[in-house]
Design a protein around this ligand. Structure first.
Ligand SMILES: Cc1cc2nc3c(=O)[nH]c(=O)nc-3n(C[C@H](O)[C@H](O)[C@H](O)COP(=O)(O)O)c2cc1C
Length: 368
Protein backbone atom coordinates (compact mmCIF):
# COMPACT_ATOMS: atom_id res chain seq x y z
CA UNK A 1 0.00 0.00 0.00
CA UNK A 2 1.28 3.49 -0.77
CA UNK A 3 -0.69 6.49 0.40
CA UNK A 4 -0.09 10.08 -0.45
CA UNK A 5 1.12 12.64 2.05
CA UNK A 6 0.33 14.70 3.99
CA UNK A 7 -2.19 12.60 5.88
CA UNK A 8 -5.39 14.45 6.77
CA UNK A 9 -5.89 15.67 10.35
CA UNK A 10 -7.12 13.07 12.76
CA UNK A 11 -10.61 13.35 14.22
CA UNK A 12 -11.18 12.13 17.76
CA UNK A 13 -14.86 12.84 18.35
CA UNK A 14 -15.22 16.61 18.04
CA UNK A 15 -11.45 17.17 18.30
CA UNK A 16 -9.26 17.78 15.28
CA UNK A 17 -5.70 16.58 15.80
CA UNK A 18 -3.34 18.23 13.36
CA UNK A 19 -0.76 16.95 12.65
CA UNK A 20 -1.89 13.37 13.34
CA UNK A 21 1.24 12.67 15.37
CA UNK A 22 0.66 11.91 19.05
CA UNK A 23 2.96 11.99 22.04
CA UNK A 24 2.58 8.71 23.90
CA UNK A 25 1.83 8.36 27.59
CA UNK A 26 4.91 7.17 29.50
CA UNK A 27 4.75 6.53 33.24
CA UNK A 28 7.51 8.33 35.08
CA UNK A 29 8.33 10.55 32.10
CA UNK A 30 5.51 12.41 30.39
CA UNK A 31 4.81 14.84 33.21
CA UNK A 32 4.00 18.54 32.81
CA UNK A 33 7.69 19.50 32.49
CA UNK A 34 8.27 17.08 29.63
CA UNK A 35 5.04 18.16 27.94
CA UNK A 36 6.01 21.81 28.16
CA UNK A 37 9.30 21.02 26.43
CA UNK A 38 7.50 19.04 23.72
CA UNK A 39 5.09 21.93 23.15
CA UNK A 40 7.97 24.35 22.86
CA UNK A 41 9.23 22.53 19.74
CA UNK A 42 5.76 21.77 18.37
CA UNK A 43 4.77 19.01 15.99
CA UNK A 44 2.76 16.84 18.39
CA UNK A 45 -0.94 17.11 17.62
CA UNK A 46 -2.02 15.58 20.94
CA UNK A 47 -0.06 15.23 24.16
CA UNK A 48 -0.74 12.76 26.93
CA UNK A 49 -0.06 12.42 30.64
CA UNK A 50 1.41 9.40 32.36
CA UNK A 51 -1.14 6.74 33.26
CA UNK A 52 -3.09 7.64 36.39
CA UNK A 53 -4.55 4.95 38.66
CA UNK A 54 -8.28 5.60 38.92
CA UNK A 55 -8.62 3.72 42.22
CA UNK A 56 -5.79 5.74 43.74
CA UNK A 57 -7.43 8.96 42.56
CA UNK A 58 -10.71 8.02 44.27
CA UNK A 59 -8.89 7.06 47.48
CA UNK A 60 -7.05 10.38 47.61
CA UNK A 61 -10.30 12.19 47.01
CA UNK A 62 -12.15 10.32 49.76
CA UNK A 63 -9.34 11.05 52.19
CA UNK A 64 -9.30 14.71 51.23
CA UNK A 65 -5.75 14.50 49.99
CA UNK A 66 -4.31 16.35 47.02
CA UNK A 67 -5.02 14.81 43.64
CA UNK A 68 -2.38 12.51 42.16
CA UNK A 69 1.01 14.02 41.40
CA UNK A 70 0.57 12.71 37.88
CA UNK A 71 -2.13 15.33 37.33
CA UNK A 72 0.42 18.08 37.92
CA UNK A 73 -0.19 20.84 35.39
CA UNK A 74 -3.23 19.19 33.83
CA UNK A 75 -5.80 21.76 34.98
CA UNK A 76 -3.97 24.74 33.53
CA UNK A 77 -1.82 23.71 30.62
CA UNK A 78 -2.48 24.13 26.91
CA UNK A 79 -4.91 21.90 25.08
CA UNK A 80 -5.39 19.46 23.44
CA UNK A 81 -4.33 17.14 26.24
CA UNK A 82 -5.26 13.51 26.93
CA UNK A 83 -5.20 12.04 30.43
CA UNK A 84 -4.73 8.30 30.58
CA UNK A 85 -6.33 6.28 33.38
CA UNK A 86 -6.28 2.62 34.37
CA UNK A 87 -8.22 0.21 36.53
CA UNK A 88 -10.59 -2.72 35.96
CA UNK A 89 -13.70 -1.41 37.66
CA UNK A 90 -16.11 0.34 35.28
CA UNK A 91 -17.72 2.38 38.06
CA UNK A 92 -14.41 3.69 39.41
CA UNK A 93 -13.18 4.50 35.91
CA UNK A 94 -16.41 6.33 35.09
CA UNK A 95 -16.25 8.32 38.32
CA UNK A 96 -12.70 9.48 37.63
CA UNK A 97 -13.37 10.09 33.93
CA UNK A 98 -16.25 12.38 34.83
CA UNK A 99 -14.05 14.41 37.16
CA UNK A 100 -11.38 14.73 34.51
CA UNK A 101 -13.89 15.79 31.89
CA UNK A 102 -15.90 18.21 34.02
CA UNK A 103 -13.46 19.56 36.56
CA UNK A 104 -10.16 19.37 34.70
CA UNK A 105 -11.77 19.87 31.29
CA UNK A 106 -9.27 17.57 29.58
CA UNK A 107 -9.58 17.07 25.82
CA UNK A 108 -9.54 13.26 25.85
CA UNK A 109 -9.81 10.53 28.47
CA UNK A 110 -7.67 7.60 27.36
CA UNK A 111 -7.86 4.10 28.84
CA UNK A 112 -4.80 1.97 29.36
CA UNK A 113 -5.39 -1.58 28.11
CA UNK A 114 -1.76 -2.12 27.19
CA UNK A 115 0.41 -1.95 30.29
CA UNK A 116 2.29 -5.28 30.66
CA UNK A 117 3.85 -4.55 34.07
CA UNK A 118 3.06 -7.17 36.74
CA UNK A 119 1.81 -4.72 39.37
CA UNK A 120 -0.85 -3.65 36.89
CA UNK A 121 -1.64 -7.01 35.23
CA UNK A 122 -1.20 -9.77 37.80
CA UNK A 123 -1.83 -7.73 40.93
CA UNK A 124 -4.57 -5.39 39.71
CA UNK A 125 -5.97 -7.35 36.74
CA UNK A 126 -5.80 -4.17 34.69
CA UNK A 127 -3.87 -2.80 31.70
CA UNK A 128 -3.11 -5.51 29.13
CA UNK A 129 -4.63 -8.17 31.43
CA UNK A 130 -8.04 -6.90 30.32
CA UNK A 131 -7.39 -7.87 26.69
CA UNK A 132 -8.53 -11.36 27.73
CA UNK A 133 -11.79 -9.92 29.07
CA UNK A 134 -13.51 -8.16 26.18
CA UNK A 135 -16.81 -7.97 28.08
CA UNK A 136 -15.22 -6.09 30.92
CA UNK A 137 -13.46 -3.81 28.43
CA UNK A 138 -16.84 -3.11 26.89
CA UNK A 139 -18.32 -2.24 30.29
CA UNK A 140 -15.42 0.03 31.21
CA UNK A 141 -15.47 1.90 27.91
CA UNK A 142 -19.22 2.28 27.62
CA UNK A 143 -19.64 3.55 31.18
CA UNK A 144 -16.75 5.92 30.77
CA UNK A 145 -18.12 7.24 27.49
CA UNK A 146 -21.45 7.97 29.13
CA UNK A 147 -19.84 9.63 32.15
CA UNK A 148 -17.45 11.81 30.13
CA UNK A 149 -19.73 12.88 27.30
CA UNK A 150 -19.14 15.02 25.28
CA UNK A 151 -15.43 14.58 26.05
CA UNK A 152 -14.14 11.76 23.85
CA UNK A 153 -12.85 8.52 25.34
CA UNK A 154 -10.11 6.55 23.59
CA UNK A 155 -8.40 3.21 24.21
CA UNK A 156 -4.77 2.13 23.94
CA UNK A 157 -4.10 -1.58 23.51
CA UNK A 158 -1.41 -4.06 22.53
CA UNK A 159 -1.93 -6.77 19.89
CA UNK A 160 -3.00 -9.24 22.58
CA UNK A 161 -1.74 -10.79 25.80
CA UNK A 162 0.67 -13.18 24.09
CA UNK A 163 1.77 -14.30 20.63
CA UNK A 164 -0.65 -17.26 20.97
CA UNK A 165 -3.59 -15.08 21.81
CA UNK A 166 -3.44 -12.13 19.46
CA UNK A 167 -6.99 -10.78 19.45
CA UNK A 168 -6.59 -7.12 18.46
CA UNK A 169 -9.08 -7.38 15.59
CA UNK A 170 -11.82 -8.63 17.90
CA UNK A 171 -10.84 -6.09 20.57
CA UNK A 172 -10.95 -3.26 18.04
CA UNK A 173 -14.54 -4.15 17.29
CA UNK A 174 -15.41 -4.16 21.01
CA UNK A 175 -13.70 -0.79 21.54
CA UNK A 176 -15.65 0.83 18.72
CA UNK A 177 -18.99 -0.73 19.66
CA UNK A 178 -18.56 0.48 23.24
CA UNK A 179 -18.35 4.04 21.98
CA UNK A 180 -14.64 4.91 22.01
CA UNK A 181 -13.61 7.71 19.68
CA UNK A 182 -10.22 6.32 18.64
CA UNK A 183 -8.02 3.27 19.08
CA UNK A 184 -4.25 3.30 19.57
CA UNK A 185 -2.34 0.06 19.06
CA UNK A 186 1.19 -0.68 20.21
CA UNK A 187 2.28 -3.40 17.79
CA UNK A 188 3.57 -5.89 20.36
CA UNK A 189 1.87 -8.30 22.71
CA UNK A 190 2.06 -7.91 26.48
CA UNK A 191 4.27 -11.00 26.61
CA UNK A 192 6.70 -9.32 24.17
CA UNK A 193 7.12 -6.44 26.61
CA UNK A 194 9.54 -4.38 24.46
CA UNK A 195 11.32 -7.29 22.74
CA UNK A 196 11.40 -7.72 18.98
CA UNK A 197 9.94 -5.27 16.52
CA UNK A 198 6.50 -3.74 16.58
CA UNK A 199 4.34 -5.55 14.01
CA UNK A 200 2.96 -2.79 11.81
CA UNK A 201 1.34 -5.28 9.41
CA UNK A 202 -0.86 -6.45 12.27
CA UNK A 203 -1.62 -2.88 13.29
CA UNK A 204 -2.59 -2.06 9.71
CA UNK A 205 -4.89 -5.11 9.46
CA UNK A 206 -7.01 -3.76 12.30
CA UNK A 207 -8.24 -0.89 10.13
CA UNK A 208 -10.58 -3.17 8.21
CA UNK A 209 -12.17 -4.21 11.51
CA UNK A 210 -13.13 -0.66 12.42
CA UNK A 211 -16.19 1.06 11.01
CA UNK A 212 -15.34 4.70 11.42
CA UNK A 213 -13.11 5.51 14.39
CA UNK A 214 -9.48 6.38 13.65
CA UNK A 215 -6.62 3.95 14.17
CA UNK A 216 -3.35 5.21 15.63
CA UNK A 217 -0.25 3.05 15.18
CA UNK A 218 2.54 2.93 17.73
CA UNK A 219 5.88 1.22 18.07
CA UNK A 220 9.52 1.83 17.15
CA UNK A 221 9.08 5.16 15.37
CA UNK A 222 12.38 6.88 16.08
CA UNK A 223 12.90 9.16 13.09
CA UNK A 224 10.95 11.49 10.82
CA UNK A 225 11.64 9.10 7.95
CA UNK A 226 10.02 6.19 9.82
CA UNK A 227 6.95 8.32 10.51
CA UNK A 228 6.65 9.11 6.80
CA UNK A 229 7.07 5.42 5.95
CA UNK A 230 4.41 4.45 8.50
CA UNK A 231 1.85 6.76 6.92
CA UNK A 232 2.81 5.75 3.38
CA UNK A 233 2.90 2.02 4.02
CA UNK A 234 0.27 1.22 6.61
CA UNK A 235 -3.42 1.84 6.95
CA UNK A 236 -3.29 4.14 9.96
CA UNK A 237 -4.88 7.53 10.57
CA UNK A 238 -2.31 8.68 13.07
CA UNK A 239 0.94 7.65 14.70
CA UNK A 240 2.16 7.81 18.29
CA UNK A 241 5.77 8.22 19.40
CA UNK A 242 7.08 7.25 22.84
CA UNK A 243 10.68 6.33 23.73
CA UNK A 244 12.47 8.10 20.89
CA UNK A 245 11.10 11.45 22.02
CA UNK A 246 12.68 11.17 25.47
CA UNK A 247 15.72 13.39 25.18
CA UNK A 248 14.70 14.28 21.62
CA UNK A 249 11.51 16.31 22.10
CA UNK A 250 12.12 18.03 18.74
CA UNK A 251 11.40 14.72 16.98
CA UNK A 252 7.70 15.59 16.69
CA UNK A 253 8.46 18.80 14.80
CA UNK A 254 10.84 16.93 12.49
CA UNK A 255 8.18 14.29 11.80
CA UNK A 256 5.50 16.93 11.27
CA UNK A 257 7.65 18.74 8.69
CA UNK A 258 8.46 15.47 6.95
CA UNK A 259 4.82 14.42 6.52
CA UNK A 260 4.06 17.86 5.07
CA UNK A 261 6.79 17.17 2.52
CA UNK A 262 9.01 19.94 3.92
CA UNK A 263 12.72 19.59 4.63
CA UNK A 264 13.33 17.91 7.98
CA UNK A 265 14.69 20.47 10.46
CA UNK A 266 18.17 19.43 11.64
CA UNK A 267 18.73 18.20 15.20
CA UNK A 268 19.50 21.20 17.44
CA UNK A 269 23.24 21.48 18.02
CA UNK A 270 24.56 20.05 21.27
CA UNK A 271 24.66 23.41 23.00
CA UNK A 272 20.99 23.95 22.19
CA UNK A 273 20.22 20.42 23.39
CA UNK A 274 22.00 21.20 26.64
CA UNK A 275 19.95 24.39 27.03
CA UNK A 276 16.81 22.37 26.44
CA UNK A 277 17.81 19.86 29.10
CA UNK A 278 18.54 22.69 31.56
CA UNK A 279 15.15 24.24 30.90
CA UNK A 280 13.59 20.83 31.54
CA UNK A 281 15.60 20.61 34.77
CA UNK A 282 14.39 24.04 35.89
CA UNK A 283 10.76 23.04 35.34
CA UNK A 284 11.23 19.86 37.35
CA UNK A 285 12.98 21.72 40.18
CA UNK A 286 10.30 24.42 40.23
CA UNK A 287 7.77 21.72 40.92
CA UNK A 288 9.60 19.27 43.16
CA UNK A 289 12.22 21.45 44.82
CA UNK A 290 16.00 21.30 44.33
CA UNK A 291 16.78 17.92 45.87
CA UNK A 292 13.86 15.77 44.75
CA UNK A 293 13.91 17.61 41.41
CA UNK A 294 17.57 16.76 40.93
CA UNK A 295 17.00 13.09 41.72
CA UNK A 296 14.07 12.96 39.29
CA UNK A 297 16.06 14.69 36.59
CA UNK A 298 18.80 12.05 36.54
CA UNK A 299 16.87 9.75 34.23
CA UNK A 300 15.79 12.57 31.91
CA UNK A 301 19.36 13.86 31.74
CA UNK A 302 20.54 10.40 30.67
CA UNK A 303 17.99 10.44 27.86
CA UNK A 304 19.29 13.78 26.60
CA UNK A 305 22.84 12.44 26.45
CA UNK A 306 21.91 9.11 24.85
CA UNK A 307 23.72 8.27 21.65
CA UNK A 308 26.18 11.13 21.97
CA UNK A 309 29.93 11.02 22.22
CA UNK A 310 30.79 10.72 25.93
CA UNK A 311 27.24 9.78 26.97
CA UNK A 312 28.41 6.82 29.03
CA UNK A 313 30.54 9.00 31.28
CA UNK A 314 27.88 11.63 31.62
CA UNK A 315 25.40 8.92 32.62
CA UNK A 316 27.79 7.42 35.14
CA UNK A 317 28.28 10.75 36.88
CA UNK A 318 24.76 12.11 36.61
CA UNK A 319 23.40 8.92 38.18
CA UNK A 320 25.13 9.93 41.42
CA UNK A 321 24.09 13.57 41.73
CA UNK A 322 21.73 14.65 44.48
CA UNK A 323 21.99 18.45 44.64
CA UNK A 324 21.69 21.19 42.01
CA UNK A 325 25.38 22.09 42.44
CA UNK A 326 26.41 18.51 41.74
CA UNK A 327 24.05 18.34 38.79
CA UNK A 328 25.39 21.55 37.26
CA UNK A 329 28.96 20.47 37.80
CA UNK A 330 28.39 17.17 36.00
CA UNK A 331 26.59 18.95 33.17
CA UNK A 332 29.43 21.50 32.86
CA UNK A 333 32.06 18.81 32.83
CA UNK A 334 30.50 15.92 31.02
CA UNK A 335 27.45 16.84 28.97
CA UNK A 336 28.69 16.72 25.37
CA UNK A 337 29.16 20.17 23.82
CA UNK A 338 29.20 21.21 20.17
CA UNK A 339 32.86 22.17 20.39
CA UNK A 340 33.76 18.85 22.00
CA UNK A 341 31.81 16.97 19.41
CA UNK A 342 33.62 18.83 16.60
CA UNK A 343 36.95 18.09 18.26
CA UNK A 344 36.10 14.44 18.64
CA UNK A 345 34.95 14.28 15.01
CA UNK A 346 38.28 15.64 13.84
CA UNK A 347 40.19 13.36 16.20
CA UNK A 348 38.24 10.42 14.85
CA UNK A 349 39.11 11.43 11.30
CA UNK A 350 42.78 11.47 12.35
CA UNK A 351 42.18 7.94 13.68
CA UNK A 352 42.88 8.87 17.30
CA UNK A 353 41.43 6.89 20.24
CA UNK A 354 37.68 7.00 20.64
CA UNK A 355 37.62 8.69 24.07
CA UNK A 356 39.23 11.97 25.03
CA UNK A 357 42.06 11.81 27.62
CA UNK A 358 39.88 13.82 30.04
CA UNK A 359 37.18 11.20 29.96
CA UNK A 360 39.67 8.37 30.21
CA UNK A 361 41.10 10.01 33.36
CA UNK A 362 37.64 10.46 34.80
CA UNK A 363 36.82 6.81 34.20
CA UNK A 364 40.07 5.70 35.78
CA UNK A 365 39.17 7.76 38.85
CA UNK A 366 35.76 6.14 39.24
CA UNK A 367 35.24 4.41 42.59
CA UNK A 368 35.01 0.62 42.38
C1 LIG B 1 9.12 4.18 30.47
C2 LIG B 1 7.84 3.86 29.74
C3 LIG B 1 6.63 4.13 30.34
C4 LIG B 1 5.43 3.85 29.67
N1 LIG B 1 4.25 4.17 30.27
C5 LIG B 1 3.10 4.01 29.59
C6 LIG B 1 1.87 4.47 30.13
O1 LIG B 1 1.81 5.06 31.22
N2 LIG B 1 0.74 4.23 29.42
C7 LIG B 1 0.78 3.60 28.19
O2 LIG B 1 -0.26 3.41 27.57
N3 LIG B 1 1.93 3.19 27.66
C8 LIG B 1 3.09 3.39 28.31
N4 LIG B 1 4.26 3.02 27.74
C9 LIG B 1 4.26 2.45 26.37
C10 LIG B 1 4.42 3.56 25.33
O3 LIG B 1 3.37 4.48 25.38
C11 LIG B 1 4.50 2.95 23.92
O4 LIG B 1 3.33 2.25 23.67
C12 LIG B 1 5.70 2.02 23.75
O5 LIG B 1 6.85 2.55 24.35
C13 LIG B 1 5.99 1.75 22.26
O6 LIG B 1 6.24 2.94 21.58
P1 LIG B 1 7.75 3.40 21.20
O7 LIG B 1 8.37 2.29 20.42
O8 LIG B 1 7.57 4.66 20.39
O9 LIG B 1 8.48 3.61 22.48
C14 LIG B 1 5.46 3.26 28.38
C15 LIG B 1 6.69 3.00 27.78
C16 LIG B 1 7.87 3.29 28.44
C17 LIG B 1 9.19 3.01 27.76
Amino acid sequence: MSRSLPPPPLKIGPLVIDPPILQAPMAGYTNAAYREIVRQYGGAGLLATEMVNARGFVWLDEHECEHPDRLWGVADEARPLAVQIWDNDPHTMAKVGKRLAEEYRVSVVDINFGCPVKQVTEKAHSGSYLLREPNRMYAIISQLVEACSPTPVTAKIRLGCSRDSINCNEIAHVVEEAGAAALTVHGRTAQDFFRGNADWEKISEIKSHLRSIPLIGNGDLDSAEKVVAAFETYDVDGVMIARASLGRPWLFSQAAAAIRGEPIPPEPDLDAQRECMLKHYQLVVNRFGPDKGTMLMRKFACCYAQGKHGARHFRTYVAGVSTPDEFMEVVERYFPTSAESRRSESRRSESSPSESPDVARAVAALPE
